[in-house]
Design a protein around this ligand. Structure first.
Ligand code: C2E
Ligand code: MG
Ligand code: MG
Ligand code: MG
Length: 288
Protein backbone atom coordinates (compact mmCIF):
# COMPACT_ATOMS: atom_id res chain seq x y z
CA UNK A 1 0.00 0.00 0.00
CA UNK A 2 1.35 3.39 -0.97
CA UNK A 3 -0.03 4.95 2.21
CA UNK A 4 1.78 2.68 4.58
CA UNK A 5 4.95 2.90 2.56
CA UNK A 6 5.19 6.58 3.28
CA UNK A 7 5.27 8.29 6.60
CA UNK A 8 6.05 11.63 7.99
CA UNK A 9 9.52 11.77 9.49
CA UNK A 10 8.67 13.63 12.68
CA UNK A 11 12.21 14.34 13.73
CA UNK A 12 12.94 16.06 10.43
CA UNK A 13 10.23 18.62 10.52
CA UNK A 14 6.76 19.16 9.19
CA UNK A 15 7.41 19.22 5.46
CA UNK A 16 9.86 16.43 5.17
CA UNK A 17 8.64 13.13 3.79
CA UNK A 18 10.67 9.97 3.73
CA UNK A 19 9.87 6.95 1.67
CA UNK A 20 10.36 3.34 2.56
CA UNK A 21 9.05 0.45 0.56
CA UNK A 22 10.60 -2.93 -0.09
CA UNK A 23 10.70 -2.35 -3.83
CA UNK A 24 12.71 0.83 -3.56
CA UNK A 25 16.43 0.82 -3.18
CA UNK A 26 18.03 3.74 -1.41
CA UNK A 27 18.91 5.45 -4.65
CA UNK A 28 15.31 5.52 -5.78
CA UNK A 29 14.06 6.75 -2.44
CA UNK A 30 16.76 9.43 -2.30
CA UNK A 31 15.71 10.65 -5.71
CA UNK A 32 12.06 10.68 -4.73
CA UNK A 33 12.91 12.65 -1.64
CA UNK A 34 14.89 15.14 -3.72
CA UNK A 35 11.99 15.45 -6.15
CA UNK A 36 9.49 16.10 -3.33
CA UNK A 37 11.85 18.59 -1.70
CA UNK A 38 12.44 20.53 -4.92
CA UNK A 39 8.71 20.67 -5.66
CA UNK A 40 8.15 21.99 -2.17
CA UNK A 41 10.98 24.47 -2.67
CA UNK A 42 9.11 25.88 -5.66
CA UNK A 43 5.77 26.06 -3.85
CA UNK A 44 7.22 27.58 -0.70
CA UNK A 45 9.61 29.95 -2.43
CA UNK A 46 12.80 28.51 -1.01
CA UNK A 47 14.79 29.51 -4.10
CA UNK A 48 16.73 32.76 -4.14
CA UNK A 49 18.55 34.62 -6.85
CA UNK A 50 21.96 36.08 -6.16
CA UNK A 51 23.40 38.70 -8.50
CA UNK A 52 27.00 39.03 -9.60
CA UNK A 53 28.25 42.15 -11.39
CA UNK A 54 29.82 42.17 -14.84
CA UNK A 55 32.20 45.06 -15.47
CA UNK A 56 33.73 46.79 -18.44
CA UNK A 57 37.49 46.26 -18.60
CA UNK A 58 37.97 49.64 -20.20
CA UNK A 59 36.74 51.80 -17.34
CA UNK A 60 35.51 49.47 -14.62
CA UNK A 61 31.89 50.50 -15.02
CA UNK A 62 29.09 48.03 -14.32
CA UNK A 63 27.68 46.65 -17.54
CA UNK A 64 25.44 43.88 -16.27
CA UNK A 65 24.53 41.38 -13.59
CA UNK A 66 24.21 37.61 -13.74
CA UNK A 67 21.41 35.98 -11.78
CA UNK A 68 22.57 32.81 -10.02
CA UNK A 69 20.13 30.54 -8.23
CA UNK A 70 20.51 29.25 -4.66
CA UNK A 71 18.25 26.93 -2.70
CA UNK A 72 17.66 27.93 0.89
CA UNK A 73 16.71 24.46 2.14
CA UNK A 74 15.31 24.11 5.65
CA UNK A 75 17.20 20.82 6.02
CA UNK A 76 20.48 21.53 4.25
CA UNK A 77 20.93 25.28 4.42
CA UNK A 78 22.14 27.15 1.34
CA UNK A 79 22.44 24.64 -1.50
CA UNK A 80 24.51 25.70 -4.55
CA UNK A 81 23.10 25.11 -8.06
CA UNK A 82 25.56 22.38 -8.97
CA UNK A 83 23.90 20.22 -6.31
CA UNK A 84 20.34 20.42 -7.66
CA UNK A 85 20.28 21.86 -11.20
CA UNK A 86 21.54 18.63 -12.86
CA UNK A 87 18.80 16.68 -11.06
CA UNK A 88 16.22 19.30 -11.99
CA UNK A 89 17.33 19.00 -15.60
CA UNK A 90 16.97 15.22 -15.57
CA UNK A 91 13.51 15.27 -14.07
CA UNK A 92 12.11 18.21 -16.01
CA UNK A 93 11.69 20.30 -12.86
CA UNK A 94 14.09 22.75 -14.48
CA UNK A 95 11.15 24.00 -16.56
CA UNK A 96 9.12 25.51 -13.67
CA UNK A 97 12.34 26.48 -11.86
CA UNK A 98 13.65 28.18 -15.00
CA UNK A 99 10.40 30.07 -15.43
CA UNK A 100 10.62 31.27 -11.84
CA UNK A 101 14.22 32.42 -12.40
CA UNK A 102 13.36 34.36 -15.54
CA UNK A 103 10.33 36.03 -13.99
CA UNK A 104 12.15 36.92 -10.78
CA UNK A 105 15.22 38.32 -12.53
CA UNK A 106 13.18 40.47 -14.93
CA UNK A 107 10.97 41.89 -12.20
CA UNK A 108 14.00 42.59 -10.01
CA UNK A 109 15.83 44.38 -12.79
CA UNK A 110 12.77 46.53 -13.45
CA UNK A 111 12.63 47.36 -9.72
CA UNK A 112 16.26 48.51 -9.77
CA UNK A 113 15.52 50.77 -12.74
CA UNK A 114 12.47 52.21 -11.01
CA UNK A 115 14.65 52.94 -7.99
CA UNK A 116 16.88 55.06 -10.22
CA UNK A 117 19.83 52.67 -10.37
CA UNK A 118 21.89 52.34 -13.55
CA UNK A 119 20.11 50.55 -16.39
CA UNK A 120 21.97 47.29 -16.97
CA UNK A 121 20.98 43.97 -18.51
CA UNK A 122 20.34 41.04 -16.20
CA UNK A 123 21.69 37.70 -17.43
CA UNK A 124 19.79 34.46 -16.84
CA UNK A 125 21.26 30.97 -17.31
CA UNK A 126 19.28 28.60 -19.53
CA UNK A 127 19.27 24.82 -19.40
CA UNK A 128 19.09 22.81 -22.63
CA UNK A 129 15.51 21.70 -21.95
CA UNK A 130 14.30 25.29 -21.67
CA UNK A 131 15.34 26.08 -25.22
CA UNK A 132 12.16 24.80 -26.90
CA UNK A 133 9.65 26.37 -29.24
CA UNK A 134 7.53 27.83 -26.48
CA UNK A 135 10.41 29.74 -24.86
CA UNK A 136 10.26 32.91 -27.03
CA UNK A 137 6.57 33.37 -26.25
CA UNK A 138 7.18 32.82 -22.55
CA UNK A 139 10.08 35.30 -22.50
CA UNK A 140 7.98 37.81 -24.38
CA UNK A 141 5.16 37.42 -21.81
CA UNK A 142 7.58 37.89 -18.91
CA UNK A 143 9.04 41.03 -20.48
CA UNK A 144 5.58 42.47 -20.98
CA UNK A 145 4.41 41.58 -17.47
CA UNK A 146 7.51 42.99 -15.83
CA UNK A 147 7.71 46.04 -18.07
CA UNK A 148 11.38 45.33 -18.67
CA UNK A 149 12.82 46.34 -22.01
CA UNK A 150 14.19 43.34 -23.96
CA UNK A 151 17.55 45.10 -24.23
CA UNK A 152 17.85 44.66 -20.45
CA UNK A 153 17.73 40.87 -20.62
CA UNK A 154 20.53 38.53 -21.59
CA UNK A 155 20.28 34.75 -21.87
CA UNK A 156 23.32 32.58 -21.19
CA UNK A 157 23.35 29.28 -23.03
CA UNK A 158 26.06 26.63 -23.09
CA UNK A 159 27.55 25.14 -26.23
CA UNK A 160 25.84 21.86 -25.45
CA UNK A 161 22.44 23.51 -25.37
CA UNK A 162 22.57 24.19 -29.04
CA UNK A 163 24.05 20.86 -30.09
CA UNK A 164 21.07 18.77 -28.93
CA UNK A 165 18.90 19.64 -31.88
CA UNK A 166 20.78 22.18 -33.92
CA UNK A 167 18.06 23.00 -36.48
CA UNK A 168 15.34 23.67 -33.93
CA UNK A 169 17.77 25.51 -31.66
CA UNK A 170 18.76 27.91 -34.44
CA UNK A 171 15.10 28.71 -35.09
CA UNK A 172 14.39 29.26 -31.39
CA UNK A 173 17.46 31.45 -30.93
CA UNK A 174 16.43 33.60 -33.88
CA UNK A 175 12.94 33.97 -32.43
CA UNK A 176 14.50 35.04 -29.11
CA UNK A 177 16.80 37.51 -30.84
CA UNK A 178 13.82 39.06 -32.62
CA UNK A 179 12.51 40.06 -29.19
CA UNK A 180 15.59 42.29 -28.86
CA UNK A 181 17.49 40.53 -26.08
CA UNK A 182 21.15 39.50 -25.89
CA UNK A 183 22.45 35.95 -26.04
CA UNK A 184 25.83 34.79 -24.77
CA UNK A 185 27.60 31.45 -24.85
CA UNK A 186 28.55 30.42 -21.31
CA UNK A 187 31.55 28.26 -20.32
CA UNK A 188 32.97 28.79 -23.79
CA UNK A 189 35.72 26.33 -24.67
CA UNK A 190 34.53 23.47 -22.49
CA UNK A 191 31.73 22.08 -24.69
CA UNK A 192 31.74 19.54 -27.48
CA UNK A 193 30.52 21.68 -30.29
CA UNK A 194 32.33 22.70 -33.42
CA UNK A 195 33.14 26.33 -34.06
CA UNK A 196 30.96 26.41 -37.14
CA UNK A 197 27.84 27.05 -35.06
CA UNK A 198 29.21 30.45 -34.11
CA UNK A 199 28.55 31.60 -37.65
CA UNK A 200 25.03 30.25 -37.79
CA UNK A 201 23.81 31.05 -34.31
CA UNK A 202 22.74 34.55 -33.43
CA UNK A 203 24.89 35.12 -30.35
CA UNK A 204 26.27 38.41 -29.06
CA UNK A 205 28.99 37.39 -26.64
CA UNK A 206 31.32 34.59 -25.53
CA UNK A 207 32.05 33.90 -21.88
CA UNK A 208 35.50 32.40 -21.39
CA UNK A 209 35.16 29.53 -18.93
CA UNK A 210 36.70 30.15 -15.53
CA UNK A 211 38.87 27.03 -15.75
CA UNK A 212 41.00 28.82 -18.39
CA UNK A 213 40.99 32.12 -16.52
CA UNK A 214 42.16 30.44 -13.31
CA UNK A 215 45.47 29.38 -14.86
CA UNK A 216 46.27 32.25 -17.26
CA UNK A 217 49.15 33.59 -15.21
CA UNK A 218 50.87 30.27 -14.50
CA UNK A 219 49.98 28.08 -17.47
CA UNK A 220 51.09 29.02 -20.98
CA UNK A 221 48.44 26.84 -22.63
CA UNK A 222 45.59 28.47 -20.73
CA UNK A 223 46.99 31.89 -21.57
CA UNK A 224 47.15 30.94 -25.26
CA UNK A 225 43.59 29.60 -25.22
CA UNK A 226 42.27 32.76 -23.60
CA UNK A 227 44.06 34.94 -26.15
CA UNK A 228 42.70 32.79 -28.98
CA UNK A 229 39.13 33.03 -27.70
CA UNK A 230 39.42 36.82 -27.41
CA UNK A 231 40.69 37.06 -31.01
CA UNK A 232 38.04 34.68 -32.26
CA UNK A 233 35.27 36.67 -30.59
CA UNK A 234 36.53 39.94 -32.06
CA UNK A 235 36.94 38.52 -35.55
CA UNK A 236 33.32 37.37 -35.37
CA UNK A 237 32.22 40.74 -33.98
CA UNK A 238 31.24 39.31 -30.63
CA UNK A 239 31.85 40.73 -27.18
CA UNK A 240 34.00 38.59 -24.94
CA UNK A 241 33.78 38.30 -21.17
CA UNK A 242 36.06 36.43 -18.79
CA UNK A 243 34.40 34.70 -15.83
CA UNK A 244 36.04 33.69 -12.56
CA UNK A 245 38.53 36.57 -12.32
CA UNK A 246 39.97 36.33 -8.81
CA UNK A 247 43.06 38.53 -8.70
CA UNK A 248 44.88 41.57 -10.05
CA UNK A 249 47.25 39.53 -12.21
CA UNK A 250 44.41 37.88 -14.09
CA UNK A 251 42.74 41.27 -14.41
CA UNK A 252 45.92 42.80 -15.86
CA UNK A 253 46.39 39.94 -18.33
CA UNK A 254 42.84 40.26 -19.61
CA UNK A 255 43.11 44.02 -19.95
CA UNK A 256 46.40 43.74 -21.82
CA UNK A 257 44.85 41.24 -24.21
CA UNK A 258 41.83 43.40 -24.99
CA UNK A 259 39.15 41.32 -23.32
CA UNK A 260 35.96 43.44 -23.17
CA UNK A 261 34.36 42.49 -19.88
CA UNK A 262 35.09 40.71 -16.61
CA UNK A 263 33.21 38.95 -13.86
CA UNK A 264 34.61 37.35 -10.73
CA UNK A 265 35.25 37.47 -7.01
CA UNK A 266 37.95 40.11 -7.56
CA UNK A 267 35.25 42.60 -8.55
CA UNK A 268 32.22 41.28 -6.74
CA UNK A 269 30.83 37.97 -5.50
CA UNK A 270 27.29 36.86 -6.21
CA UNK A 271 25.18 38.95 -3.77
CA UNK A 272 21.69 38.95 -2.31
CA UNK A 273 19.25 41.52 -3.71
CA UNK A 274 19.92 43.77 -0.70
CA UNK A 275 23.71 43.58 -1.03
CA UNK A 276 23.67 44.02 -4.78
CA UNK A 277 21.39 47.04 -4.46
CA UNK A 278 23.83 48.63 -2.01
CA UNK A 279 26.80 47.71 -4.21
CA UNK A 280 25.17 49.17 -7.32
CA UNK A 281 24.22 52.32 -5.44
CA UNK A 282 27.84 52.79 -4.33
CA UNK A 283 29.10 52.20 -7.88
CA UNK A 284 26.66 54.76 -9.28
CA UNK A 285 27.81 57.20 -6.59
CA UNK A 286 31.47 56.94 -7.54
CA UNK A 287 30.48 58.32 -10.94
CA UNK A 288 32.46 55.85 -12.98
P1 C2E B 1 27.90 29.74 -14.58
O1 C2E B 1 26.70 30.27 -15.25
O2 C2E B 1 29.10 29.51 -15.42
O3 C2E B 1 28.19 30.74 -13.39
C1 C2E B 1 29.46 31.04 -12.93
C2 C2E B 1 29.76 30.36 -11.63
O4 C2E B 1 31.06 30.77 -11.18
C3 C2E B 1 28.82 30.70 -10.49
O5 C2E B 1 28.72 29.56 -9.64
C4 C2E B 1 29.58 31.82 -9.77
O6 C2E B 1 29.20 31.96 -8.41
C5 C2E B 1 30.98 31.30 -9.89
N1 C2E B 1 31.99 32.37 -9.78
C6 C2E B 1 31.85 33.67 -10.04
N2 C2E B 1 33.01 34.35 -9.88
C7 C2E B 1 33.92 33.43 -9.49
C8 C2E B 1 35.31 33.49 -9.15
O7 C2E B 1 35.95 34.54 -9.18
N3 C2E B 1 35.91 32.32 -8.83
C9 C2E B 1 35.24 31.13 -8.80
N4 C2E B 1 35.92 30.04 -8.45
N5 C2E B 1 33.92 31.03 -9.10
C10 C2E B 1 33.27 32.18 -9.45
P2 C2E B 1 27.35 29.10 -9.04
O8 C2E B 1 26.54 30.31 -8.64
O9 C2E B 1 27.61 28.05 -8.05
O10 C2E B 1 26.62 28.46 -10.31
C11 C2E B 1 27.14 27.33 -10.92
C12 C2E B 1 26.42 27.02 -12.21
O11 C2E B 1 25.06 26.67 -11.96
C13 C2E B 1 26.35 28.19 -13.16
O12 C2E B 1 27.57 28.33 -13.85
C14 C2E B 1 25.20 27.77 -14.06
O13 C2E B 1 25.64 26.88 -15.03
C15 C2E B 1 24.30 27.03 -13.08
N6 C2E B 1 23.21 27.93 -12.68
C16 C2E B 1 23.18 28.91 -11.75
N7 C2E B 1 21.99 29.52 -11.68
C17 C2E B 1 21.22 28.90 -12.62
C18 C2E B 1 19.85 29.08 -13.06
O14 C2E B 1 19.10 29.95 -12.60
N8 C2E B 1 19.43 28.22 -14.05
C19 C2E B 1 20.23 27.28 -14.60
N9 C2E B 1 19.73 26.50 -15.57
N10 C2E B 1 21.50 27.10 -14.23
C20 C2E B 1 21.99 27.90 -13.25
MG1 MG C 1 26.32 31.76 -16.51
MG1 MG D 1 30.12 30.11 -16.93
MG1 MG E 1 29.82 27.22 -15.38
Amino acid sequence: QADSAMYRAKEQGRNNFQFFAPWMDTQVSNRLEMLINLRRALDQEEFKLYYQPKLSLKDGSVIGAEALIRWQSPEQGMVPPDRFIPFAEETGLILPIGEWVLRTACHQNKRWQQAGLPTIPVAVNLSPRQLNQSLPEFVSDVLRQSGLDASCLELEITENVVMKDAEKSVATLHALKRLGLQISVDDFGTGYSSLSYLRRFPVDALKIDKSFVRDIVRDADSAAIVKAIISLAHILNLRVIAEGVEDEEQHAFLKENACDEVQGYFFGKPMTVEDFTAWLTRQAGTGR
